[in-house]
Ligand binder design. Structure first.
Ligand code: AVJ
Length: 311
């Protein structure tokens, strides 16, 4: 115990709980500090990391097809919209009258809203800055509009399957009658392609994974030595998920907020699951949340999917 009995914040406590669990773990949200967000951007540009560029190809190619499921002058909500680049592939074709990007970063949102408003003068952009855990609440004035959620990037793959259903159930309530979801989902595939995508030659994914320790060091005021850990990513075909870990290179002890955390050599800290789905799996997910999978658009190599879920 810490004899100085310093006050520990909820966030510090949560991280500490993860590091003192039987299976040590760090929530994947800690990837994304400023440096981590930059590293993820670099990942999306890697030759091995096919998801981002493949999804953009699909959005570009099938924008008009997607538009057939969506009324003109309707409303589009994007949870975790960040810098709102993907929606730009659909705006001309879908021609919504309101776009509601939600994100934790107010700064990102303001910049993106300004850019979109000047590029698409006919579009009303209404950003919502809120924490991911809070439900999105739309202003009353939009009650009678047709609503769609745009959730690209296979971000849904970061949820455990039950949590993915819960997320979609929340979206089901949010969009109301005659609404739907445009959902980007990475597909189950050959191990080699998946392995390479999360174990790139340049080691950017390793940097991204290790950065989570840098980030929590900042939050905890600790000095966990990053060089004592190694990036691990492997595909678990039974569970259809990439599993990412940080492996302790040696037996070691780290001091965190007055606690001592011991690592055996080879011990793993779990940092991320990235679930991959089959089209059947996506249909089941949709149905459990009260949607119907109406249509899936794929690239020529069946690597990635953009799906239309109808209420
Ligand atoms: C942002 C969650 C879609 O799972 O592929 C990239 C994150 N992790 N490389 C993914 C990630 C390692 C990414 N998502």
């Amino acid at each position: 115990m810490n004899s100085k009995a310093q006050a520990i914040s909820q966030e510090q406590q949560d991280i500490l709980d993860g590091l003192t669990s039987e299976q040590k773990h760090i929530n994947p949200k800690y990837f994304y500090d400023h440096r981590g967000s930059k590293l993820f951007e670099q990942i999306t540009e890697l030759e091995e990391y096919y998801p981002t560029r493949t999804e953009l190809t699909i959005l570009h190619e099938y924008a008009q097809d997607i538009a057939q499921y969506i009324q003109k002058d309707s409303l589009i909500i994007e949870p975790g919209a960040g810098n709102c680049t993907k929606i730009e592939y659909l705006l001309e074709a879908l021609h919504p009258s309101v776009y509601v990007p939600q994100d934790v970063s107010e700064e990102f949102l303001q910049k993106s809203a300004a850019r979109l408003s000047s590029r698409y003068p006919w579009l009303h952009v209404e950003p919502i800055a809120s924490d991911f855990s809070e439900p999105i609440v739309l202003p009353d004035k939009y009650q009678n509009m047709q609503k769609h959620v745009f959730y690209p990037g296979s971000t849904i793959g970061n949820f455990e399957p039950d949590d993915a259903v819960q997320f979609l159930k929340n979206m089901h309530i949010l969009v109301g009658e005659n609404g739907g979801v445009i959902l980007g989902v990475d597909l189950h595939k050959d191990n080699d392609i998946l392995h390479a995508a999360y174990n790139d030659e340049e080691g950017i994914t390793a940097e991204f994974n290790l950065n989570t320790l840098r980030h929590i060091n900042q939050i905890l005021g600790s000095e966990i030595d990053i060089t004592n850990f190694k990036h691990i990513a492997l595909y678990n075909p039974q569970q259809q998920r990439i599993e990412m870990y940080l492996e302790s290179r040696a037996e070691q002890e780290c001091s965190v907020l007055g606690y001592t955390i011991a690592f055996k050599q080879g011990e793993l800290i779990h940092t991320e699951h990235s679930y991959k789905y089959t089209l059947d799996g996506i249909a089941q997910l949709a149905e459990k949340a009260g949607f119907r999978l109406q249509k899936s658009w794929l690239d020529d190599d069946d690597l990635f999917s953009v799906n239309y879920l109808q209420r």
